[in-house]
Write a protein that binds this ligand. Sequence first.
Ligand code: ARG
Ligand code: GLU
Length: 727
Amino acid sequence: MLNSLLHKYTPLLIVSFILFSVQKVSLSVPPDEGMWLPILLKELNEEDMKKRGFRLSAEDIYSVNKSSMKDAVGRFGGGCTSAIISNEGLLLTNHHCGHSYIQYLSSLQNDYLKNGFWAKNKSEELYCPGLTVTFIVNMEDVTKKVLENTDNISDELQKQAKINQNIANIEKEAVKGTHYKARIFPFYYGAEYYMFITEVFTDVRLVGAPPESIGQFGGDTDNWVWPRHGADFALFRIYANAENKPAQYSPSNVPYKPKYVFPISLQGVQKGDFSMLIGFPGRTYEYLPSQDVEMNVKMTNPAIIRIREERLKIIDLAMRLSDTVRIKYSAKYANISNGYKKTNGQLNGLIRLEAVKRKQELEAQFQAWADQQGEPYKSILPKFATLYSTLSKLNLASTYINEAIFGIEILNYATNFIELEEIAKKENSTDQEFEEAKRKIASGVHVHFKDYEPRVDRKVMSALLQIYYDNTTKAEHPAIFAEIEKKYKNDFVAFSKHVFDKSFMVSESEVNKFLEKVTRKNIQKLVDDPAYQVAKSMWDKFYREIKPEYDKQSAEARRLNKIYIEGLRKMLPQKKFYPDANSTLRVTFGIVTDYEPRDGVRYEWFTTLDGVIEKSKSLNPDYQIPDKLKELHAKKDYGRYAKNGVLYTCYIGTNHTTGGNSGSPALNRDGHIVGINFDRNWEGTMSDIMYDPAKTRNIMVDIRYVLFIIDKYAGAGYLLNEMKIIE
Ligand code: ARG
Ligand code: GLU
């Protein structure tokens, strides 16, 4: 309440920065917004963390001198986080993070997604090809070295080339003679650079996973939504060679001996408790100018939502009508829907927060300050305004192409064949080159068609082409649209029928036949293919006309943004800034607490097994659970995992998180694991652009529910023996 009053009556207040909870806590309590760099914790955050209840020190989280928590937080695969919970390299992450590996290891006979998987001993653990876990050995500020000899290069592109060259040299030098990897990331749009030295483990094995019906209980229905009841966890183990170093898979590898192991606490959490996460958040955009936020609100997000809604509607209907389609499209549907739901939540949140207006208020203050300062700050905001008058149109055009045109599977697939035509047309290309390109396509044919239904895609095509046609300008239409107009009078249903009747890209056997026959000298069948023609025409439009200009203007936006943040930091010297997420290791802290999604409604901060049972009584297939879980509930057979007869399942907090934070250990004031992060609430998803302490909540599964599932449900209690469990 007080929050909104504050905003109304203090127009110059830099709201997006002073948004801390004034509801129940005193003003001396620090804000929860922020994804902080581990090496700056001591200087920037330790005091605030202690005020929130933290009982350890920054040195316990990140230390160069001793083992610390960061040694036990690994980036899991390409986009999640995981935590080490035993001396034998046992790793805890989310079920949805391990999903593709569990699926890969499953077969009809051994359906681990459906039934779960529990290795009874180490010899039963299953190697996951391609899965890596990456730890941060060390991080370092290398800004000076990266920017060396770049000051007097005035051309932006040349300057970037020199920076890239410096980066490559520093990275190479840093890990010379070691098995480590080095990677330098820009922060604040390139105002600062940090180098991360990492150790990448490549032999990682599946140890245990609950059935999907428990691990991802609630499915798409509950995704991005609180209240939530999923036990979203899976267990893996890292293996190393005899020297405890990373090694390719080998039966002779041994469990990795970690430098640090997280203890697990059975104490549970209470409302108001300190809550901390360590993880690898992917991307956030907290310092955008108002024009960019406005572009998201008015143009990009509504476009994504409309297009995805159409796709989902068509696929959903087809899945309901046929089991074959349902199985083929379930992962695709989940993926489209995950982005759709998040975009929708984000849009609603930005509108509710009046994010554009808040940005404009901050900008008014900035301009007043910049006018005193002079250049380069003074002209930044006017430059943004000019730039976005064209950049937002290019951005929208790119969004339509990505979402509508390349949301049509056959067109997306057809772009794989463009290389063949290019090689065939190139003067001095060789047969060998052509054969290599063919092999690349051939290797993916089966995977593509295994989950493909032309009759679904044809409906998607007619709908999405229509949307593209209706919502883009003539200048954004590919050349082929003139032909569709002439021959089909813009009847996209008829045109799509023609494409699917005539294209060879609708079936596995026809594509294989094509690949057998096609030669560098004769690609006529490809050039004549109607699906290929649309894809190629769109591709040319995008890569020749739209993208080069879009890239150029985006680079200019980044350059301006760098100066803008530099100015903001000078204007507000007392304020603690955190850099946007960029997949590097971050710490976020806050408290466990409830929230009001809208007027008159308050959501509890926790859920219980009773809620799982309650939901399971509905007919929704996302809520069906195994009988065993119902029996345990009926007998209240919760063991030591319940408190006063209640088995807690999930809880929420004010931790500032984003995609990539999935699987992050959720820690209490003593640094013990009390939960695992796995999602965010729908009302809070705009926090990638603007965090709102009143509404933004991260969703965690209570570790006691995880242990209950392992021990009581799966009968795999022996796994608990290697964990450090604090009663
Ligand atoms: N919302 C979660 C995140 O963004 C994904 C959860 C996966 N589950 C699902 N039903 N799609 O990654
Ligand atoms: N499910 C997301 C992930 O896999 C986390 C949710 C979020 O974006 O906060 O990283």
